[in-house]
Design a protein around this ligand. Structure first.
Ligand SMILES: [Zn+2]
Length: 133
């Protein structure tokens, strides 16, 4: 999912959770958007290039089909085990809870947009986000 989509949906999620999270809804929003920083870190590690502009250009080429990742996972932090670990840590340390919720929200949006949640969704909801992206 594109970062601007994460910002839009993260903002809506932060607004919806504001009565519960209060000021921490801003942390929810930031973590739900910045979780994709692992794409950039992957790009830096594999291309030895710190240019954010070049990284964005590269991933736009990948998205358009003009480049590929050669089977590499460009999202090393996006795994279920990492999200589950952060969830477990947030049970112990309260300050991690809005970060965990933002990252969980981000991960669910990614899974939904990539049709990985289809088995759990009603027929009318399937592919709804990916058709609009
Ligand atoms: Zn993501």
């Amino acid at each position: 999912m594109l970062p601007r989509r994460h910002a839009l949906y993260g903002g809506l999620g932060a607004l919806a959770l504001a009565p519960i999270l209060r000021k921490q809804s801003a942390i929810f929003l930031v973590s739900s958007v910045l979780f994709d920083v692992d794409h950039y870190l992957w790009y830096v590690m594999t291309h030895s290039d710190w240019s954010l502009r070049n990284a964005l250009r590269f991933f736009n080429h990948v998205r358009s089909g003009n480049a590929n990742l050669n089977g590499c996972d460009a999202r090393p932090f996006h795994g279920l085990s990492n999200v589950a670990l952060l969830g477990a840590l947030s049970l112990r340390w309260r300050f991690l809870r809005p970060i965990f919720l933002g990252i969980l929200f981000h991960s669910l949006l990614d899974a939904y947009s990539e049709n990985r949640l289809n088995p759990f969704l009603p027929l009318g909801w399937r592919n709804l986000v990916s058709k609009r992206s």
